[in-house]
Design a protein around this ligand. Sequence first.
Ligand SMILES: Cc1cc2nc3c(=O)[nH]c(=O)nc-3n(C[C@H](O)[C@H](O)[C@H](O)COP(=O)(O)O)c2cc1C
Length: 303
Amino acid sequence: MEKHNAVLINQEICTGCGQCVLVCPTKSLSLVGGKARMTSLESISCGHCEAVCPVNAVRVPLLDDDMGNCETFLFEKRWLRPGHFDLSRLVQLMASRRSCRNYTAQPVERAALEDLVKIGVTAPSGTNSQLWTFTILPTRKAVESLIPVIVGFYSHLNTMAKKAVVRRGLKLIGKGELDEYYRLYYRQIRDGLAEWEKTGKDRLFHGATAAIIVGSKPGASCPAEDALLATQNILLAAHAMGLGTCLVGFAVAAMKNDPKVQLAAGIPGGETVYAVIAVGHPEESYLKVARRKKVELRYFEGE
Ligand SMILES: Cc1cc2nc3c(=O)[nH]c(=O)nc-3n(C[C@H](O)[C@H](O)[C@H](O)COP(=O)(O)O)c2cc1C
């Protein structure tokens, strides 16, 4: 592994066209004696220089070639110029992705899960930190092993939330979260827990046969945004692959509030989880695309 964000420029091949200098966001490259040179160590290894070079003279060693090798489909690496994609199909895909809450027992191929992660990380990240983490739960067994830990978290939370005196006491000292939880989620969770106990019905992962947990290591400038942008890529790509997905916000909340839950999924304590994605083969289909509430548009035209 390179120690810093080096950019290697083959001086023999470089024609000094200056394209890499033009696109570099950190102004780390300059033309010296008619050739591109790395003149500052501020590079963020975004790879724009490598992608723009017409003669393949630039290489960013920190970037991993394997991340561009997908096993379950052909990843066409030719760069698409803006406007050179079928927008109608793109939006159709976006509006066809729905949260799936019914899955078959069919396992998800491991290669497909790995490809989803590779697609996920095509997302942008703040200062290109790429400190996101992906934990794959590849089987129903792995997903199921996490359920009792999350159930334990919510059983305890509901026991506390049920006590009006505790809710009021916490609210009095400025901690109104438990009171809000009681109003918004207590009953839903109580019923879900009772159903889980009685019938084993999984209202958390909805029977999904795999899951991907997206988090971040410490140190990222925008960890939540990075993780969630990668997550949206995964959701869309999964739909294109024929898989269903559902975000499991309740699992994220449990991991954020109880380190034991996160550790139970093999995620080190120093990381923060932003999305838990249930993945599986869908056992539901729709006739129409998603509709949304009306958005109130706001314009700001300047002073
Ligand atoms: C941050 C977030 C957390 C979510 N958590 C859950 C969840 O715990 N359980 C669930 O069934 N759906 C969950 N969802 C799915 C939403 O309910 C769903 O996106 C919304 O109803 C719109 O439906 P659609 O995704 O099918 O378009 C979550 C969605 C988001 C964005």
